[in-house]
Write a protein that binds this ligand. Structure first.
Ligand code: DON
Length: 565
């Protein structure tokens, strides 16, 4: 099989890049309900479910299954994700449907006999695949917090797969460019070409096998995926390429409902995703540190503002590498990491006038007493229920492996484990024991689906793809709204920066910083590095309780659509 990994930033280059400084469009306004996702047909599926009387969870689940059809580069049933839910009655919860390592996985499975990390094995093909969680997560959310029947929320996705939909420009481009690389034992070509010929823009894309898989899920629920024909097809596909997923891995998979991590920032409440994602914890640690500084007074996009964020980011990502992993396998010190006291201590290391080299930063000290290509969509309904979901198959088109006869891509999420301590994964992230590979363990994620509340009511629903940059992307949208007083569309459009400790670089989006600002950052000791493309692709909703209006903001860096009514 050829190399299937599509480097994230290279794809961003393919899609073109945005001068993020210039806001290009206004948020979509609606009174009753809003769905913002990376693809228009899927956003409209969710919006129609809201119109039919469904709540935000019904709409989110319908959107999720629709994205698996219309946005196969990242929407999925072969991957996993996280959902943060705030019900209008005050219930706040989260569902962890992250993939798991197969039972036959082992710590050194990506090392050769000399101990060298073979990244191709964790990034592409059969060995890179984790046990998928999306179907369990979406269906658990529906049965616990939705109001509609499974058949009703799956019907639009089935229709889109069975009857087809017109291929958009970006899907046509990506599929045609990548189809040969993505082809594993013929399954991909069968599912993603028109009788062997690439789809052209505007042609109808029918996915019969996927429609049948979705029908089995509709009829039998989780068993329609994790047992029976779909499970057998997955295991058969594994045997073609030496994959590890067995029938028992599928049968034993379950999504986990967990309390989300929560904190405060300048009078707002932040509700975000806890482990097995690092997203919520690192977001809260960053916000707690930044709350101690005059972020608004530093001015958006100034050297002072950027270096303040960068110094905080390095400290938080050093903690991520040391302390974050699947909480079922590693005692993540959650309460310390999200405490104001810890942030106060940690922020003493921040000197905004002088960049601290990554090598001079280590993780913080935790008191021993304490034990214990991605896509985002946001939904708010007329009752004030809110759902923030990020889901992924990791790289665009995941492992590149399509389950023959079942019509969907499998993830390459195993690369999110720390395969060898200190050796970076495809996002340059490093880690150690906390995130080492173990059978049945969830690999660490950066996904950060988040809901911001004011006076107990949602005011912002936000999340993004972007690998390691997801957390800093969500952070900056929140700072833009709360500190820089931007409206939600400007907050999403605005330029972003990113520093993840290692590699020791301060990244900024293509053409987004002036030469003067770059010069001043260099004088402070940074090595600013221009990203060839952009950072993240946010889909956000702001709620104005006074005007009783919802504002849907899709990120102009992608092709997302806000659909409200
Ligand atoms: O869970 C994570 O952190 C990564 N697998 C997310 C990958 C991602 O965002 C790729 N991008 N667009």
């Amino acid at each position: 099989m050829k190399k299937v990994l599509i480097p994230f930033f290279a794809l961003l280059l393919v899609f073109g890049c945005l001068e993020a400084k210039t806001p290009v469009r206004k948020a979509v306004e609606a009174r009753h309900g809003m769905v913002v996702s990376a693809e228009g047909l899927a956003s409209r599926v969710g919006r129609d479910i809201l119109k039919q009387g469904g709540n935000a969870v019904d709409a989110a689940v319908a959107t999720g299954f629709a994205l698996a059809v219309t946005f196969p580069q990242a929407g999925n049933i072969g991957g996993g994700g996280y959902m943060v839910i705030r019900m209008a009655n005050g219930t706040t919860t989260s569902i962890d449907y992250r993939e798991k390592a197969p039972g036959k996985a082992s710590r050194d499975m990506y090392l050769d006999s000399t101990g060298r990390f073979i990244s191709e094995r964790s990034e592409q093909g059969y060995l890179s695949i984790g046990v998928p969680g999306s179907v369990a997560g979406l269906l658990d959310a529906l049965s616990k917090y939705g109001t509609m029947k499974r058949e009703q929320v799956l019907a639009p996705a089935i229709a889109l797969a069975e009857r087809g939909f017109p291929v958009g420009a970006s899907l046509a481009r990506v599929l045609n460019e990548k189809i040969d690389e993505l082809n594993c034992f013929g399954g991909t070509k069968r599912a993603f070409t028109k009788k062997g010929k690439p789809y052209k823009k505007g042609e109808t894309f029918v996915q019969k096998d996927l429609a049948e898989t979705l029908k089995r899920i509709s009829a039998h629920g989780k068993q329609g995926f994790y047992e029976g024909k779909t499970a057998r097809l997955i295991v058969k596909e594994m045997k073609l390429g030496g994959g590890l997923i067995a029938l028992d891995d599928l049968k034993n998979y379950s999504a986990i409902e967990r309390p989300p991590v929560t904190g405060t920032y300048r009078g707002y409440s932040i509700v975000s995703m806890g482990p097995s994602s690092s997203g919520g914890i690192i977001l809260l640690e960053l916000l707690n540190m930044l709350e101690l500084y005059d972020v608004a007074g530093s001015g958006f996009g100034t050297p002072q503002n950027i270096s303040l964020m960068a110094e905080a980011m390095k400290l938080a990502y050093a903690d991520r590498a040391e302390f974050l992993g699947d909480p079922e396998f590693y005692p993540v010190p959650i309460s310390t990491l999200i405490s104001k006291e810890y942030a106060a201590e940690r922020s003493k290391l921040i000197d905004t006038m002088k960049a601290t080299p990554a090598s001079a930063i280590a993780h913080g000290t935790i008191p021993t007493a304490e034990g214990t290509h991605t896509t985002h969509y946001s939904v708010v309904d007329k009752w004030g229920n809110a759902v923030s979901t990020t889901t992924t198959i990791n790289s665009w088109f995941g492992s590149g492996v399509v389950v023959s006869g079942a019509g969907f891509f499998l993830n390459n999420e195993m690369d999110d484990f720390s395969a060898k301590p200190g050796t970076p994964n495809q996002f340059g992230l490093i880690g150690g024991t906390a995130n080492a590979i173990q059978p049945n363990k969830r690999m660490l994620s950066a996904m950060t689906p988040t809901i911001v509340l004011k006076d107990k009511k949602p005011v912002l629903v936000v999340g993004s793809p972007g690998g390691s940059t997801i957390i800093t992307t969500v952070l900056q949208v929140i700072l833009n709204v709360i500190d820089h007083r931007m409206n939600v569309q400007d907050a999403v459009d605005a330029l972003r920066v990113h520093d993840q400790w290692y590699p020791d670089s301060l990244y900024y989006e293509h053409a987004s910083l002036s030469a003067g600002v770059v010069d001043q950052l260099k004088k402070r000791g940074y090595a600013p590095a221009e990203r060839p493309g952009h950072q993240g692709e946010v889909e956000a909703i702001a709620v104005d309780g006074t005007k009783k209006l919802l504002y849907g903001a899709a990120d102009p860096r992608g092709h997302g659509v806000a659909a409200g009514y």
